[in-house]
Each structure stands twice: as structure tokens, then as C-alpha cells.
Design a protein around this ligand. Structure first.
Ligand SMILES: [Mn+2]
Length: 310
């Protein structure tokens, strides 16, 4: 039997401690097929800092997540044991050390049989999370929703920062280079060599403008054709959304997609074998009325639901 969300008719959803979706903590249920893992780390941020406060903000904005997913006709928390594994104990001063710490925390969960949905944190954290997932599942098909490529090399002398996780992952053989896909790209480019490097790292690009002409189902078809049956890791940088839908993020880019468009694409990916996921770059200091926190919490719920179905 799986333990679901807190069920106390006397305690309103807005009251009490906020675990993700008011789910049980991992230590209270012992095992989880899907573990929600906070990674409060943002020392890899290149522009506006603050994503270290993302996990707490996402949890606080996840109180209205309900057991039943009406569009996918699914009860994700009944189908699988989903639990909140808390936050990684990671400090801000040493990025390589933080990568080791996050990888170790993720491996504890993956070797115990959990698939992870991580709450960031800046995008640097995808790299150690990919290490842990690839160790179990082999080279991964990364489906990366983001305004930015994140396959850059060094910045300010740092190899590990929030613009390089997928380049470092490709170099380490963590990615299946024939099956990775960016979605929602529109950020600035210094030189077209960056696009050549990006292709070398295994990615094809669906730009944000594609959403003006193609339906979400068509875009999902392109993603599925790219991923095929390779184990998929879904990484959602909340800045894939337009700043109108996600102002609370470190490197916002205008002319992005809507939350509903993101969800329509994710739902149309039903059946994809997702072995890990993250929702990153939520920086609550720039948020308003919980817009970004709500978008991130519900994105994580969409990912959990997809994972509960395949
Ligand atoms: Mn990113």
C-alpha cells in the first residue's frame, strides 16, 4: 500500500508544514518509487542569484496539488509511493564539492530504487543528477525545456556552472548523443559556433517560435521521435516559460511559452520512459504572487504523473 497526501479534514491545505504536495517524508515511509529531492544550490548562477530558495518556494506553492490528474486520468500518488526526500545538505562556497555532494545524495536514492524529481536550485545541479541516473540506466535521452542551451564551456574560469551541465554530461558519456532534445530555446548567442558545439553535445533544437505554428501534439511527436525508447531524463528550467508566467528566475528571456503550452507538450509525451527529472531555476525573490512557484510545483506534479504511468 502506498501512503498519499496528508489527509486531515480538520487541517486546511494552507496550514501545517509544507512537504511537496503534502506528501509523506521519505523517512516516514522508508521507500519511494519516486522521490522528490530539493537541491538548494545556486552558486553556479551567472546573472540574478536566488534559486537556492527555490525548493522551499516550490513546496510552499505545491499545497493545492490534488490526488487526481483529470487530463491524464491518473492517480499518481496511488499508483506509486511518492515521498519528499527533503533537501540535499549542500553549501554555497565550493561548486565541485557541491556536485559531489548532490551526486552522492542522488545515488543514495537511485541505488535504493527511487526515481528522482529534483527541485532546484540552479541548472548546475542537473549534472550530478544525470551522473546518478546514468549510473543506473546508462546513457540518457535528455529532454531539456529551457530558454538557453546550457551546453556552453567555461565562464569566468569555471567549468561547472549553470550554463554547462549538458556539455559536461556529454563529455562524460552520460548522454545518448543521438537522442537529446532542447525545447523552447530563444536566449542570446555570441557566436554560431555555440550552436555547433551544442549539436556536438547531442542536442536538436525546437525553438520557442515553433509553438506559434505547431500544436503541442506535433511538438511532442517530434520529441518522442527523437527520444524513441532510450531512457529519458526531463530537465525543466522554469525560464522556458515566458517571464509573464515565470518572472521568478535568474535569467529571464522574453517571448517564451505559456505554462499551459508546457503542460500540453508534457501530457502528450505520455508513455515516455522517464527515469529522472528536475525543475530548476526558481528564484523566489523575483516572483510575484507565487506565479513561478505555482508553475514549478505543478510542472513537478506533471512529471510525477507521467512517471507514474510508465
Ligand atoms: Mn538552464
Amino acid at each position: 500500500m502506498n501512503f498519499g497526501q496528508r489527509d486531515d479534514p480538520e487541517l486546511p491545505r494552507y496550514a501545517g508544514l509544507a512537504t511537496f504536495a503534502l506528501l509523506p517524508t521519505l523517512d516516514s515511509v522508508d521507500r519511494a518509487e519516486i522521490a522528490i529531492l530539493g537541491v538548494p544550490f545556486d552558486s553556479g548562477t551567472s546573472y540574478r542569484p536566488g534559486a537556492r530558495f527555490g525548493p522551499a518556494h516550490i513546496r510552499e506553492n505545491s499545497r493545492q496539488l490534488h490526488p487526481y490528474h483529470a487530463v491524464l486520468d491518473a492517480y499518481p500518488f496511488r499508483a506509486m509511493q511518492v515521498a519528499d526526500a527533503g533537501d540535499v545538505a549542500v553549501g554555497p562556497y565550493d561548486i565541485p564539492r557541491a556536485i559531489t555532494v548532490v551526486e552522492r545524495a542522488a545515488r543514495r536514492l537511485t541505488t535504493a530504487g527511487s526515481r528522482i524529481v529534483a527541485l532546484g536550485g540552479d541548472h548546475t545541479i542537473a549534472f550530478p543528477l544525470l551522473r546518478a541516473a546514468a549510473e543506473v540506466y546508462g546513457p540518457l535521452a535528455v529532454v531539456h525545456f529551457d530558454a538557453h542551451l546550457d551546453t556552453w564551456d567555461t565562464l569566468h574560469g569555471a567549468s561547472y556552472w549553470h550554463g554547462s551541465p549538458f556539455r559536461r554530461a556529454a563529455e562524460e558519456g552520460l548522454l545518448d548523443l543521438a537522442h537529446c532534445q532542447h525545447v523552447g530555446i530563444r536566449g542570446g548567442i555570441y557566436d554560431t559556433r555555440e550552436l555547433e558545439d551544442d549539436a556536438q553535445a547531442g542536442f536538436q533544437i525546437i525553438r520557442s517560435e515553433a509553438f506559434l505554428t505547431d500544436t503541442p501534439a506535433e511538438i511532442a511527436d517530434r520529441i518522442r521521435a527523437r527520444v524513441v525508447d532510450v531512457p529519458a531524463y526531463i530537465s525543466v528550467d522554469i525560464d522556458v516559460l515566458d517571464p509573464a508566467y515565470a518572472p521568478g528566475t535568474g535569467t529571464p528571456e522574453v517571448a517564451g511559452i505559456a505554462t499551459a503550452q508546457l503542460f500540453a507538450v508534457l501530457r502528450a509525451m505520455r508513455g515516455t520512459r522517464i527515469v529522472g527529472a528536475d525543475v530548476v531555476e526558481v528564484a523566489p525573490a523575483y516572483d510575484h504572487a507565487g506565479i513561478t512557484g505555482l508553475a514549478a510545483a505543478h510542472t513537478a506534479w506533471e512529471l510525477v504523473t507521467l512517471m507514474s504511468l510508465a
